[in-house]
Design a protein around this ligand. Sequence first.
Ligand SMILES: Nc1ncnc2c1ncn2[C@@H]1O[C@H](COP(=O)(O)OP(=O)(O)OP(=O)(O)O)[C@@H](O)[C@H]1O
Ligand SMILES: [Mg+2]
Length: 379
Amino acid sequence: MVGNSAYPSGGGVSGTGVGAGRPPSDRRPQPSGTPFSNFRSIVDPSGALNFGGKAVLHGSGVDFSNGSSFAINMGEFRLDEELGRGNYGAVKKVLHKPTNVVMAMKEIRVELDGGKLNAIIMELDILHRAVAPEILEFYGAFFIESCVYYCMEYMDAGSLEQLQHDGIVEPVLARITQSMVRGLKFLKDELQVMHRDVKPTNVLVNRKGEVKLCDFGVSGQLERSLAKTNIGCQSYMAPERIHGESQNNLGTYTVSSDVWSLGLSIVELAMGKYPYPPETYSNVFAQLTAIVHGPSPALPDGFSPSAVSFVEACLMKEPPKRATYAELLDHPFLVEDRTREVDMVGWVVSAMAPREARRETPRVSQSTLTIPAMPKNRN
Ligand SMILES: Nc1ncnc2c1ncn2[C@@H]1O[C@H](COP(=O)(O)OP(=O)(O)OP(=O)(O)O)[C@@H](O)[C@H]1O
Ligand SMILES: [Mg+2]
């Protein structure tokens, strides 16, 4: 499963594109004297970020010590529309001109702190090894000034949050869950990593009906370090994690915390809304208290007993009682899914219809537009 090429698996890639595996000597050094120059242990004289010989991140990509190289730089892109905005920046649709591949580019402002930069490189390393059908493909990263830019596979139907509307029907929900569990199991078994940020906005879908996990890597790590003081009003954190963070004990995260977030995401997708709606709590503290001490959420009426029991197995309050990924894959909810035909492509089309309709809403025709008078020059 481990790949060292950053070539997108979809068609249309040719020539000297992204991650063409060029040797590091091919890199054009960045001018010295960047804002990173106080960080000599990390920033080498060329201005690139050097992570203990494990990888080098610079203006034209990232080189890993195993020889794989993800060559990519800003000049090669045509910037397109904004796809969405998270807490820490925007994700843009971009065209990578040399290869004609459409990608998604996420900008993250980094603070000059060795720990954070180390987290970035650890996660870049994970990202470039994470090649699986249920994991969003990573094409490369580069850095300019104090921003790291991550380039990844563009998912043309967006995130599950944009597709869930009033709730997702059971067969589609089961298929989505199947992909999520497989993706999480892959990360754990093959790469020994936990996701740590499972939620509907981090599960992306394309028009082929494929479902992929993202943001378990660099951005997740960074966002978490920035987010510590701002848990936000939609927390997918497991009760033990919320409790642990409130005691400043960050060692409470185990793989079963991801299983909680998975269960909570499934309930949200089934209901079409976050299961602890902020409007029912007087403040964030009351909401977090409900997560830690209240009963676990459950699927709404109308779902099969196997779906209900699957979610219960994810949302046990005590972490050791939660199911493992192997148990979840053997659960009737997912076993039944593997025997069923599910029209994921048709579902994506219908779930995207409202968005498409908004896009196509006719604008006022040019002929009826009144052209406002030019403002007088006030100077
Ligand atoms: N590869 C991609 N293809 C298509 N759309 C994407 C892609 N990556 C992100 N998006 C869109 O951009 C939005 C913003 O993503 P981002 O990861 O910055 O924040 P988030 O996951 O929504 O929230 P948070 O900041 O809490 O993590 C997503 O909700 C999704 O709709
Ligand atoms: Mg995200």
